[in-house]
Design a protein. Sequence first.
Length: 455
Amino acid sequence: MAKGMRRAELRDRLSDNLLLRPVLFVSAGILVAWLALTLDDVAPGLLPTGLQFGAESARLLYVTLAGALLTVAGLTFWVRSASVSLAASQYSARVVSGFLEDFYQQSMMSIMLGLFAYVVTVYRALPVGRETSPHFAVLLGIVLAAGSIVVVMGAIRNAVRSMYPGQLARSITDVTLARIRTFSRRQPAHGARTRSIREQEIPSSGGVYVRASHSGFVQSIDEAAILAALPSDATLLLRVRVGLFVIEGRPLLRIWSDEPVDVSALAQAVRMGRTRVLALDAEYGLQQLVDIAVGSLSNHGDVASAFEVLQHIEMVLRELARRDLGEPVTETDDGIRILRERAYTYDDYVKLAFDRFRRAAAPYPSALAPMMSTAAQLAQDLRRDGRHGRAAVLRDQITLVLATAEHHPEIVGGDLERLRERARRLLAELEDLPETTGPLPAAPPRAVEVPDDTP
């Protein structure tokens, strides 16, 4: 688990480094140019006469190519800037940050810089005042420059597709689901047990604090390293969770122990960074999905796009329902206790997904109705799995959606009555569902419910 977290952090830092990929492609361009020039020296008659260029014509052609490549690179950058500007007017900063870190777009810009480095390197090797030139290197540069047109077309296509809410939601959901499947199940150490926290369990005084050495987001918490650093019969209060922003000097951990504690090892177990890491933070992914849905409704009243994003939110909540998110307290045979003061429960994830979405969807009956169906479907899945406590919060969401509709002045008459009827039917189905019918099945294919003007 710790290794997986470190790999995800490394990938995020590499993708966040704007200089790494351009430097690699520029180096590759120079290397390819050197290899092509070397091949011309070794085999000067490699190409037929019809594909050979004179030295002066090659120099003139390469001056033109260098200018064209810079123009194409500028056009590619402008296309991305325009898409970011459009996205900023619709989505939150959390979502827009993904546009700036887009792997495809960064790669396209880096390819253009690599081609420019190749052209400049070959141009410097072209002889002056001679009829002969490195024919293979010159021809390869022309072919690569012509390929830059494909790069521009790909950049434009990617920029347009990236604006589509469904495409955004799909990419965020894929990363979020991978995070949940990899990290959400807490595997306690050998002999450890988990349980709910009891009242008055957190000591009110004493203890040693481990404070944040700098401000930033909590990116990962290595609980295996925490257990290894604690002496027997120690109690540790974990005051943060992944995704929280912590100000320098604020407490991360609090330890009660009769024996000396390695505070530095405990501090290193909580990794902090300047940004939130989607690959390590399911809460962050769910927040971004809600941002996209709310943005679709708030700016354009685009119920169809919001409904599509709702399907991705359902996928995330369903995957969370399948997982053991861990209890707030871990106890070991050595008497060590870890108390998680701010542990995120399934109820918290459901409220994060529905509350803001529900308020934004208040004027749209065709958006509120699918929210009821989604909550009911998830509740049925949980009831079948025997997780009755988790199903209760989803049942409450159906009631809250109906209350939102009843208190909104724009939803009246037949629209309101149809929402009431749907809520009554869904709640009745939940009441009639057997408490336990076996393990949660794989998600069956579902017919897509296309929203219209009425629920």
